[in-house]
Design a protein around this ligand. Structure first.
Ligand SMILES: Nc1ncnc2c1ncn2[C@@H]1O[C@H](COP(=O)(O)OP(=O)(O)O)[C@@H](O)[C@H]1O
Ligand SMILES: [Mg+2]
Length: 249
């Protein structure tokens, strides 16, 4: 199984939108996929239902639970969800004094077998939940807007990735940065992309700014299910192909 942490400690950069649509797109390509929501806000879980019996909270609460114990099937054949819960926020401080704290998710995923992808939607912070995601992942995917403050935030994220790679997870790699909410070519975009390029591989596909995204969230579905002909849906399809090609390298 390939595990991808969709991470950026800044809020509003497109982590949830990207996680939902990447997981959906992989599942449609016959990849058995888990969408794992580790943000206490539970935005990506809410696309599927709001009534989950067991959630990621239980994984942090009970070390013997495995991810399979909380996994829920969706109406899509290849898509499974590991849902979050607002209660997850309670674990943020508790896990601070526990030496096992960075490893809860990795332990829960251990031995999961028979899945192709796990896409982790991270919270907008470098909290213990993001650390757990980075420890448990093979790859980091960084969605961000082409704006100065978004690029500034990358430096903090990069330091965290470097130390996790050095101390705990040497195989962790940044698969790339995905520009989201792209406005028509502005001077800002033209200057920011070359700066970003120095840090990360930037995907050729960008996700343009458009109302279909917010509308699909309201309709509680993926962009493809909302309107597969809309521009952003096509862009997420292209982006998924790019990721799959990148992984073949
Ligand atoms: N390409 C886009 N075009 C327009 N709005 C977008 C786009 N991507 C995300 N948004 C909106 O921006 C907000 C933040 O996106 P979200 O995916 O929730 O980011 P994050 O999970 O990083 O906080 C949401 O209201 C979402 O609808
Ligand atoms: Mg989010």
């Amino acid at each position: 199984m390939i595990t991808i942490a969709v991470t950026n400690q800044k809020g509003g950069e497109g982590k949830t939108t990207t996680s939902i649509n990447l997981a959906d797109s992989l599942a449609r390509r016959n990849k058995k996929t888990i969408l794992l929501d580790t943000d206490p806000q539970g935005n990506s879980s809410s696309i599927y239902t709001s009534n989950f019996e067991k959630t990621i909270y239980d994984i942090y609460q009970n070390k013997s639970l495995k991810l399979l114990d909380i996994l829920q099937a969706t109406e899509k054949q290849n898509l499974f969800i590991a849902p979050s819960s607002q209660r997850l926020a309670e674990m943020e401080s508790i896990s601070g004094n526990n030496v096992d704290a960075p490893f809860f998710l990795r332990d829960a995923l251990d031995g999961i077998g028979n899945f192709d992808f796990c896409v982790i939607d991270c919270p907008p912070s470098l909290s213990i939940f993001t650390i757990n995601a980075l420890v448990a992942s093979n790859f980091v995917l960084v969605p961000l807007q082409a704006e100065k403050f978004s690029v500034d935030g990358i430096i903090g994220l990069q330091q965290t990735i470097t130390s996790i790679k050095k101390r705990i997870n040497p195989n962790l790699e940044v698969i790339g940065a995905l520009i989201t909410q792209l406005k028509p070519q502005t001077l800002l975009t033209k200057t920011i992309i070359p700066i970003l390029d120095k840090y990360y591989h930037v995907f050729n596909t960008s996700i343009s700014d458009g109302v279909a995204i917010g509308e699909s969230h309201l309709a509680r579905c993926s962009l493809y299910d909302y309107n597969k002909k809309c521009r952003q849906s096509k862009e997420y399809e292209d982006f998924t192909e790019e990721i799959l090609n990148e992984l073949k390298k």
